[in-house]
Design a protein around this ligand. Structure first.
Ligand code: CA
Ligand code: CA
Length: 297
């Protein structure tokens, strides 16, 4: 099978294309699985395929991106309105592409997975904007938002969500260049996760796992017991805490250096989860992570 060539921004490793690969329009459909969204092309009569909140959804015929109709979500108030469909399975990698167009009074469109935005559009009105990215969620909902004052709307067309089958990076946002922490939620009782922009290893962002009152971590799921995995990347300390990779057992431990430390470890998995941990040190200390790659070997 031949995969389409993907042009990555400077600093991206070829094997880390798992993060928000912006495929040129036209590539879509050449090798993807079936569209899991009902009425993603907005060609159905009516809007019964969609659940609508905080506004109304209508089908419009004014210059759709594809076919003869688009879907418009108009806000009833300044509360953001959204449409959604269920059907997402937790911890499965999906690819979502489509087009959005906003009005001059709108705020930038947002697409949410669980409680965090996983894509934010531009604020340029009246033009179709393309999006195409990979995601993996703890939850089961993907929400398409219109944001702005009452009467603002966002128009969507040609939405296509398929299971992602490219055997590549098991980390959904390994470069840390994706927006927000939707792929890196805090999974410990205390602490926090955030994207930072201070001296990332590569690109413009890295992940920070800040320690609460105990070991603090974020978790990636979807590993398979009995499979050999290799993890590479970089981590660093605040100077007090220790970055640690835990997956059934400790697989890699860093030190308290504030310099980026290379990770390259291979093991046979005995569990489905992998945690990036901040251990030792004190409350408020942290570890940073960047350019992570997890592949089956
Ligand atoms: Ca359409
Ligand atoms: Ca980065």
């Amino acid at each position: 099978m031949h995969w389409p060539r993907i042009h990555l921004p400077p600093g991206y490793h070829r094997n880390q294309r798992i993060v928000r690969p912006m495929l040129p329009p036209g590539v879509v459909g050449q090798w993807r699985g079936p569209n899991l969204l009902v009425d993603g092309d907005m060609e159905d009569l009516g809007v019964s395929a969609w659940t609508v909140a905080n506004g109304t959804m209508t089908k419009e015929t004014g210059s759709p991106k594809q076919g003869g109709q688009l879907g418009r979500i108009t806000q009833a108030s300044s509360t953001s309105a959204y449409i959604r469909q269920s059907g997402i399975t937790s911890y499965i990698m999906y690819r979502l592409s489509g087009w959005v167009r906003i009005t001059p009074i709108s705020d930038a469109c947002r697409i949410y997975g669980d409680g965090d935005p996983i894509w934010i559009g531009s604020t340029t009105p009246n033009v179709w904007e393309y999006f195409d990215f990979l995601f993996m969620l703890q939850g089961t909902y993907m929400l398409f938002y219109s944001r702005g004052p009452s009467g603002a709307y966002a128009e969507f067309d040609d939405l296509y969500m398929s299971e992602e089958t490219v055997p590549a990076n098991r980390f959904p946002d390994g470069t840390m260049e994706g927006y927000g922490i939707g792929s890196w939620p805090l999974t410990s009782a205390t602490g926090s996760t955030e994207k930072i922009t201070t001296n990332p290893y590569a690109g413009i962002q890295a992940l920070r796992v800040t320690r609460g009152t105990g070991v603090s971590h974020t978790t990636t799921y979807g590993l398979t017991s009995g499979i050999d995995y290799r993890m590479t990347g970089y981590a660093r300390s605040c100077g007090n805490c220790i970055p640690n990779v835990f997956s059934g057992a400790t697989r890699w431990t860093g030190n308290t250096s504030t310099d980026w430390q290379s990770i390259d470890v291979t093991w046979t998995s005995n569990t489905t989860a992998l945690r990036l941990e901040t251990t030792s040190g004190g409350v408020g200390g942290y570890s940073d992570w960047d350019s992570l790659l997890l592949v089956e070997v």
